[in-house]
Each structure stands twice: as C-alpha cells, then as structure tokens.
Design a protein around this ligand. Sequence first.
Ligand code: PLP
Length: 345
Amino acid sequence: MGLPGHWGGLFVSGGSLANLTALAAARDHQLGGDLAGARLYCSTQAHPSVARAAHLLGLGRDQLVALEPDPEQRLDPRSLAAQVDADLAAGLRPFAVVATVGTTSTGAVDPVTDLARHCRRYGLWLHLDGAHGAAFALSARGHDMREALGQADSLTFDPHKWLFQPYETGCVLVRDPELLKATFRMARHHLDTGYLHPAEARHGEVNFDDLGPQQSRGLRALKVWLSLKTFGAAAFRRAVEHGLHLSDHAAARIAAHPGLELTSTPSLAILTFRCRPTDGSADPATVDRLQQSVSDAVRATGQALVLTTRVRNRTVLRMCTINPATTPADIDATLELVLQTALAR
Ligand SMILES: Cc1ncc(COP(=O)(O)O)c(C=O)c1O
C-alpha cells in the first residue's frame, strides 16, 4: 500500500481491535495518562467501534466529538478546525482525530490530506480507519491514496474484508511502532512477577506481545502470507479492481432505470440507492418503509443480500460489491429482483 518502510504493527482480530489498539497508543502518547478534558474527533459516519474504543479507553461520551459530515458524508476539515478552536478556547484538550477511509454506509473517504494538515497544525494524532477502504490503495485507481495513507499516525486495515481473508484477520499499522510498545510492553505494567522476563525481545527480535493487548496469539499473518504466495499480489489487485467495476456497473444500471434512484455515488465498491414507490408517493416515512420491506423480502429469497442503511436521515438500500465471484450478470439479476419486489409491495 506504499507505506514508508519504518511503519509497523501487527495483525489483530479485526478492525474493531485495530482501532482500539491504535487509539490506546494515541491516548498514551498524546495525553500522558491524564484524560481530563481530552477530546477525540470523528464524523457521525465513523464506525461504532470507534465509540466503543473510546469507551474502553476511559473516555466519557462527551469526550468523543462526532461531527456532522459534509453533503458527501465526509468529515469536513473546516468544521473540525472550528470545533477544535472552540474546544481549545474552552480549555479542553483535543488529542486525536479518526478519519474514515471508506465509511461503512456509503464508502465515503474523509479528506485525509486536508485533515492531516490540520492535525499537524494542532498537534493531533491522525488515525485512519481504513478497515474497508485501505485495500483501494492496492488498485491502479487507488494509487493516489497511497500518499494520503502515509500522512497518518496510524491505520486500521482489515484483510478479512477487501483482501478476502478468513475472519479474524485485521491489521493495525503505526508510523512509529515504538509507540505501541510504550503502551503495551508487559514490563511497563504492574504485576510483573518476573516469570516473563525470558520473553522480553532481545537483539532486535520482534515480540508481538509488546505491540498489542493480546499475549498468546494465533499466527494470523500466515493466512495473508499463504494467499499472497499462492495467488500473487496481482490477483488481489485485479480482484479489488473487479469490485470497483461492479459498483460502477450497478450505478449505471440504477441511474438508467426510472424505478430506481442513486442516493450516493459508488465509492470504494459501496453504493446506495432507493426504489421509487410505484404509486408516486413522496411521503418520507412511506418511502423509507418501502426500502426496508424490499431489503427484507430480497434477503428472504436467499438470492442476494441488499441491506439498508441511513443516508442523510433516510433509509436507503446498500450494495457492497467486493465479492470477486460476483459477476455483472449477478448485479443485473439482483437489481431485477429488487425492482420486482418493489413492484409487488
Ligand atoms: C470502517 C469500519 N471500521 C471498523 C469496522 C470493524 O471491523 P471488524 O468487524 O473487523 O471488527 C468495520 C466493519 O464493518 C468498518 O466498516
């Protein structure tokens, strides 16, 4: 993904643990053990695991500030700066920002370069939640994202999403891996009975126990390494491109059909759309209920999974097209099923 060679980290169970691990390092590095007045920022579109991480790290509800996104559902750097200025003026202690690279709802990518500039100016830690979207940087289309990723302090990346790995393959990467050690190294903690001293890393060895909250751990890297060796990196790049192509294909079909309406343009192989009610009803609650009932009925057929999400406070249908075995014909059949289901409502 083009990250500088000095970055490092470890495989963890998933994006949730990766977010928690990175934010624990951010908290300790930035706040020096005193959480009073601390403020962490994200948009309302950030994944709930960010809020859970904040809770586990001892931050109160008011210490995670979730800002309203811009119309494209991205964290707005100007609102962030305004909020940080206001919080500083109120004597609070802003310490970190979580930007999402591929929000779960719409695949929106927060403007990393602008946010990184603000974070440098205010001395804030920038964590990128790229659980879904960081894999985009592997593709030719995503090449520009590589530079953006390298501007962060830490990155969450989920190989069990867009790298097609079995579950329990998440990854946390940090610009300065020593900061993970500063938080997690066993010797830093109390209750050191002495029996673990032989496990202390020596002579430049890496002891993964020092880098995260887990001591005994499985060899998660083996899954990633084996599949990269078996299929080659090019196969992964092609598979990521394929997912992007499928979402473009779906969007073109949706835009061309009078019974359907795109509610967000495809971003990182995620798109949202809506069925237009056949009776022309414009009542928001009725239109929202239609999307939910179409989603439920399509799911019940067992043929496709088109779940709902909320975009700009409205219920919409959501497709995530990253399965490399999905074909354009599958997308067409799914949209046809959605349309037929809506007609029958
Ligand atoms: C943006 C984002 N962050 C974090 C997560 C949590 O990842 P995991 O389910 O691997 O813990 C997800 C999962 O959907 C996600 O989409």
